[in-house]
Design a protein around this ligand. Structure first.
Ligand code: TXA
Ligand code: MG
Length: 329
């Protein structure tokens, strides 16, 4: 696997690889994406293979600008243009009715397509040189914690992809907000750092989903998960939960019981989201036996973070992650 920087020459090399149908991991403002030519069925197939992703889980196609929407969507409702001008380029994905020319491999056999214009200058520059859409899921093996640095990608996918472009750590840190505009009423399918409240300022009739389709993998109960046992705990848990085990704790404040490792987490949601996955990667690679994540405040600006924590962890009672709702929206 080539390890590229973000110089003009390196980005040109990345574009050549993409034109040859190869897979290149690229930084976006949310997480690193595993990019391939969205118009090449073989290249798209290779994404599923490299990630070990089931074929019925659709991909997001990334575009340089909103003007390209009509090429990919057979219908672009007014709401899409409104959200595009409010939030693009940026961490928002729209689901629209797919154009007939779009490969079923990308849509997972559905009649809709997910589209996003990313803000990261490296991804933007590659898209502009490349000229077409790039299909790009998060650049991690299916079900595991998403990568927010090139080193995370290298760790997981080295040997399976042609190159990674290092554009530094991702500034948002968790995946984009997904808004479904293909039905009668707009719905949020996956919460992100563009909150439901922010979207509602532009689309007052937005709803949040309470029963997401299983083919939206980011909404499977267990996703984004470290390999070590990982539990979420109330921030004020008074008693040591697993005596005798080496505990690793991610929390905004230390507890009054001992832990082997403590990762202090930021108390502002934007800062927390930025470091959540990189901290989970570090904790997963540590010598701890069990990871604990103290739940942050139950407030609207923390909804997307709660969602990712729920999917990465089990509740302390041992019940499976119940994260199929964004309850507090
Ligand atoms: O921030 C992001 O969105 C990152 C970066 C790389 O752009 N990408 C990302 O891709 O998170 P991925 O594949 O890990 O998650 C894409 C999500 C999945 O939950 C998928 O099911 C959903 O988008 N999706 C894709 N097409 C869809 C469709 N037609 N209808 C509903 N959901 C769709
Ligand atoms: Mg993903």
């Amino acid at each position: 696997m080539l390890y590229l920087g973000s110089s003009e020459d390196d980005l040109t090399a990345a574009v050549h690889l993409l034109r040859a149908g190869k897979l290149v991991a690229l930084p976006t403002e949310t997480v690193y994406g595993l990019a391939a030519d969205a118009t090449s069925p073989d290249a798209v197939r290779a994404i599923f293979h490299a990630k070990g992703r089931p074929a019925d889980h659709p991909l997001i196609v990334h575009l340089a600008a909103a003007e390209q929407l009509p090429f990919w969507a057979c219908e672009v409702p007014e709401a899409a243009w409104i959200l595009a001008s409010a939030f693009w380029p940026g961490p928002l994905t729209m689901v629209l009715p797919a154009a007939r020319t779009v490969s079923q491999l990308i849509t997972g056999g559905q009649r809709t397509i997910a589209l996003r214009v990313p803000a990261h200058p490296v991804f933007q520059s590659v898209l502009r040189q490349f000229g077409r859409g790039l299909a790009a899921p998060s650049a991690n093996p299916f079900g595991q914690t998403s990568p927010t640095t090139a080193a995370h990608v290298q760790h997981f996918l080295s040997g399976r992809i042609a190159a990674v472009v290092d554009g530094g750590p991702c500034p948002v840190g968790i995946e984009s907000t997904i808004v479904d505009l293909s039905g009668a009423h707009p719905r949020i399918l996956r919460p992100g750092m563009i909150t439901a409240e922010a979207v509602a300022q532009h689309l007052p009739r937005i709803a949040t989903t309470d029963a997401p389709a299983p083919r939206v993998p980011g909404t499977l109960a267990s996703h984004y998960a470290p390999r070590k046992p990982c539990f979420r705990i109330p921030i004020d848990l008074h008693k040591e939960p697993f005596p005798g085990q080496r505990l690793g704790l991610l929390a905004t404040h230390p507890t009054n019981w001992p832990v082997a490792r403590f990762w202090p987490m930021p108390s502002h949601p934007e800062d927390y989201a930025r470091v959540l996955y990189s901290t989970l990667h570090e904790a997963d690679a540590s010598d701890c036996d069990v990871l604990l994540i103290a739940l942050p405040p139950d407030e609207p600006s923390w909804v997307a973070i709660h969602d990712r924590i729920r999917r990465a962890s089990l509740s302390l009672g041992g019940s499976p992650a119940s994260g199929v709702r964004a309850e507090s929206l």
